[in-house]
Write a protein that binds this ligand. Structure first.
Ligand SMILES: [Zn+2]
Length: 200
């Protein structure tokens, strides 16, 4: 997740802002692909890290179809959230090893650069980031932090362009209708907090 001052999240560092849905050309002068990790099913290289306007993000380096695994969220598991962690269970958060200062290689933990969007093209399922829309090459990959995080350690004002600037604070703070509306995209630990939707 990102920080207001510039960037990085990894999960949840918040203050960075997503340009979800906007395609980023990493070959542009003001952007660069810092690294391409070997991640995803079968070790396929599927994503790269882009730095644009001082903000990191994750982009697809090949077309990714609906339901396909984009990358896996690997790290150390801790019992409380940080700016960079991704919640995978009640009281369990995947964190960057040695989170202080983000000194590791982007290759190792590309998920830390994932931006939030209120209209994302991916969801977290277990420890995998899975596409819920077709994702084109060089398109930014995003997910909705409210679908994994019960309560963010560092709330931030969203700039995804779809929500009008909502403050993202975590699932706990969403109105009931919004919580239910996210049902199909929620990580299992949050889905369990809701009654199953009625089948028409
Ligand atoms: Zn938004």
């Amino acid at each position: 997740m990102r920080s207001a001052i510039g960037n990085v999240r990894g999960g949840i560092a918040m203050a960075w802002h997503s340009r979800a849905g906007k395609r980023i050309n990493p070959m542009a002068d003001d952007a660069r692909v810092t690294s391409i990790g070997t991640v995803g099913a079968g070790g396929t290289r599927r994503v790269g890290i882009v730095l644009k306007d001082g903000v990191h993000g994750v982009i697809a380096t090949e077309p990714i179809g609906i339901g396909e695994t984009i990358l896996e969220i690997r790290g150390v598991v801790v019992d409380r959230p940080s700016r960079y962690s991704v919640q995978v269970e009640d009281n369990l958060h995947v964190e960057l090893p040695g989170v202080e200062g983000l000194t590791g290689s982007p290759d190792d933990h590309p998920w830390r650069y994932l931006n939030h969007s209120c209209a994302p093209n991916a969801v977290v399922s277990g420890l995998a980031l899975v596409a819920i829309k077709p994702i084109g090459r060089w398109e930014e990959v995003t997910f909705d932090y409210n679908t994994t995080e019960f309560e963010l350690s560092t709330p931030f004002a969203c700039r995804c362009g779809h929500c009008g600037g909502t403050v993202i604070r975590g699932f706990k703070f969403l109105e009931a209708d919004r919580q239910r509306g996210l049902y199909s995209r929620l990580a299992a630990h949050l889905r369990r907090k809701l009654p199953a939707p009625e089948v028409p």
